[in-house]
Ligand binder design. Structure first.
Ligand code: G3P
Ligand code: CA
Length: 295
């Protein structure tokens, strides 16, 4: 059976039973490595298993579950009428049919469309014909699916400068949906952003939530980041073993060594290389490829 065929079968099996085929031993990104032989990095499905299903959709969450991947990464933004939705780009043009449906609404910014308008768009046919009719999920729908699949969430606050106050709204939704109880906060949730102020805001409003900063701060600046974040999550071309060691020397906002989740690594050789740097996690469109290369 080919890898692609096996992947598809696993995904279909998970969809049919409504459950995730998750490995019992998968370490959580909120957990700390133990002393002894280095653990294999946690593998995180980037925008879901986005090599196999349209990014940031429920299908991509299910595809990750079907591969046995516990952690999914997503991107949260806000509509014109204040609904939180899951979408990477700050415009709808690339991953939906908004240009065709709303020809006079360039540049199709997410913030300029209502939730009802976005809910009617096709977010799947750009990826493959069999995904035609796939929708942009609301954040609530997304949380429900991750919960149903018994998965864990690396939540990115996307472009927070466009959405003042979004941190409070994300935290409110997480609380309403049961994601801020001890079980979720300790083991199943990390909130990250490229915006340091946004990460600081989350830490100030809910100090119990595990946080991550997306980027590669200078080593000299790391202590100031460690005051409000638990993870430094850099792009893989910006790091080496020395940088990872410098980050992991420091204790983060919850008194544990700062963790490093690097992105976006999609091939086996690169995955093995960054695992050798000592990273704690690898964020990948092909999480199965990375898992197989690092175990
Ligand atoms: O989680 C890391 C990665 O998602 C950051 O980049 O552009 O894919 O959101 P981007
Ligand atoms: Ca992201």
């Amino acid at each position: 059976m080919s890898v692609r065929t096996a992947t598809t079968s696993a995904t279909v099996a998970a969809l049919f039973c409504g459950c995730a085929l998750l490995p019992a031993g998968q370490a959580g990104a909120a957990e700390t490595r133990q002393a002894g032989p280095p653990a294999a990095p946690v593998v995180i499905a980037h925008r879901g298993a986005s090599a196999y299903a349209p990014e940031n959709t429920l299908a991509a969450v299910d595809a990750a579950a079907g591969l046995g991947i516990a952690w999914v990464e997503n991107d949260v933004q806000r509509t014109k009428d204040g609904v939180l939705v899951v979408l990477h780009d700050t415009t709808l043009a690339r991953t939906t049919d908004a240009e065709r449906v709303f020809p006079g609404r360039a540049p199709w910014a997410v913030k300029d469309f209502t939730a009802r308008e976005i809910a009617g768009l096709d977010a799947g046919s750009w990826f493959a014909p069999e995904y035609t009719g796939t929708r942009v999920p609301t954040f609530k729908q997304y949380l429900d699916r991750v919960e149903r699949n018994h998965q864990k969430l690396l939540l990115e606050i996307k472009s927070p400068e466009i959405y003042p106050g979004i941190e409070k709204e994300i935290l409110r939704t997480l609380r309403q949906e049961g994601w801020l109880d001890r079980r979720h906060v300790e083991h199943r949730l990390v909130v990250q952003s490229f915006g340091a102020e946004s990460v600081k805001t989350v830490h100030a409003q809910r100090p119990d939530v595990v946080t991550g900063f997306l980027g590669t701060p200078r080593v000299a600046d790391l202590p100031s980041y460690a005051a409000f974040t638990d993870q430094i999550n850099p792009s893989y071309p910006t790091i080496d073993a020395g940088y990872v060691a410098e980050v992991r020397k420091l204790k983060g906002a919850h008194g544990k060594p700062l963790r490093v989740n690097t992105w976006t690594v999609n091939d086996a050789a690169k995955a093995a290389e960054v695992a050798g740097f000592g990273v704690d996690g690898i964020i990948s469109n092909n999480p199965d490829v990375v898992r197989d290369a690092t175990r």
